[in-house]
Design a protein around this ligand. Structure first.
Ligand code: SF4
Length: 240
């Protein structure tokens, strides 16, 4: 647990662009199953084809809020964990202030294209594979940006060497596995037990079908398996 925030009613807080704050159960990664308050910022530098929070990327929406208000709302819930996610939360200029101000165990979920020395207990990186590249008509400009930015080895290695981390890959089909191996071969200093494979999908049947063979790959290759528990419990619903 980290240091308690300095509490001052007179303090002038910075702001964040926030799409939603909600209390749920972490559905993914090494902390799956942990009751957590989620703060979802809005805005992303990527445009994944299968993005499940398009309201923070393709069509970003939200409101500008004081960091102090956000902290207050998080702490109104009886949870020991906070998950700061997006969008891409590390694009928020005043994001560091939120991390420092929260008393909870803080997980930062990032696409690992931006490095900041954030005060986080866990940095959950999700580098994007080519299965995320947008192919829709009219998205040519974003396709180019996405391809240029989606993998940044320097950023990933910086988090590996500076933070507790996990590396989570979203897997849609078997061809993705070769790409993951190629990425890992180019990465220095990572621990294979912190690499997680998670099925792509926003419905239970797809996750179950993909999960069956991905679990076998994890057994064979020594990766960890990550569920998408929120889909199994709640379906693909916003704020869960
Ligand atoms: S990085 Fe995350 S939030 Fe951004 S477009 Fe991809 S899936 Fe959506």
């Amino acid at each position: 647990m980290r240091s308690a925030r300095a509490d001052s009613n007179a303090r002038r807080w910075s702001t964040l662009y926030v799409s939603e704050i909600f209390y749920s159960v972490q559905g993914e990664g090494v902390l799956a199953g942990t009751p957590s308050v989620f703060v979802r910022t809005s805005g992303c530098n990527l445009r994944c084809s299968w993005c499940d929070s398009a309201y923070t990327s393709w069509e970003p929406e939200g409101e500008t809020r004081d960091v102090g208000d956000v902290v207050e709302e998080v702490e109104a819930h009886d949870a020991d964990h906070a998950v700061l996610t997006g969008g891409e939360p590390l694009l928020q200029p005043d994001f560091d202030e939120l991390c420092v101000a929260l008393d909870e165990h803080v997980t930062v979920e990032t696409n690992a294209t931006v490095y900041r020395d954030v005060d986080a207990d866990l940095v959950s990186m999700s580098p994007k594979l080519s299965n995320s590249t947008p192919t829709r008509e009219g998205a040519e400009e974003w396709r180019e940006i996405h391809e240029r930015e989606r993998l940044n080895f320097d950023v990933i290695e910086s988090y590996i060497s500076s933070h507790d981390y996990q590396l989570k890959f979203v897997v849609a089909d078997r061809e993705d596995l070769e790409e993951i191996e190629d990425i890992l071969e180019s990465l220095a200093g990572y621990d294979r037990s912190r690499v997680l494979l998670m099925p792509e999908g926003v419905d239970r049947d797809t996750l179950r079908e993909r999960g069956e063979w991905i679990a076998e790959v994890c057994k064979d290759k020594g990766y960890r398996y990550s569920p998408r528990m929120q889909i199994h419990i709640y379906g693909n619903q916003r704020g869960t």
